[in-house]
Design a protein around this ligand. Structure first.
Ligand SMILES: [Zn+2]
Length: 138
């Protein structure tokens, strides 16, 4: 492995529990929701899933998923071809997962890393997307 490949590999491992994901989970917990993590039964294994509501949430790192027009999403100056190819694959995979999810009747929400900085705004968006809290159910 080259060092760039290694860092991609490491980021993928770390990617299972990133800070933006923790922020989203904390807000949802605080709002009283129950949910599943890394739900395998939905396309793209969404970070947060509400199977009973048919709703899924992807928390995307702005760099890895190349958030359009976002400051965090710059292409590194060195080995830029390697990164471009990597990012293109990520974006293609994201688009495919969202299309597949919609085809299977899932409602999907994408939360970008940079959107987790405004917790109040995010909290409002999350509860609007998920809907009223129901006791004892996801
Ligand atoms: Zn962003």
């Amino acid at each position: 492995m080259t060092s760039a490949q290694r860092s991609v590999h490491m980021a993928r491992i770390k990617g299972a529990n990133t800070v933006p994901e923790q922020v989203v989970r904390k807000i949802l917990h605080g709002q009283g929701y129950r949910f599943r993590l890394q739900w395998k039964a939905a396309p793209g294994r969404p970070d947060v899933a509400f199977p009973g509501r048919r709703r899924i949430i992807f928390v995307n790192g702005c760099f890895w998923h190349q958030h359009e027009g976002c400051k965090i999403a710059h292409i590194p100056a060195t080995r830029s071809e390697f990164w471009q190819a990597k990012f293109d694959r990520n974006r293609l995979r994201d688009a495919r997962n969202l299309a597949q999810a919609a085809a299977e009747g899932w409602h999907a929400l994408v939360v970008w890393e940079c959107e987790t900085r405004d917790i109040f705004k995010l909290a409002a968006r999350l509860s609007e997307f998920v809907g009223p809290v129901r006791l004892g159910r996801s």
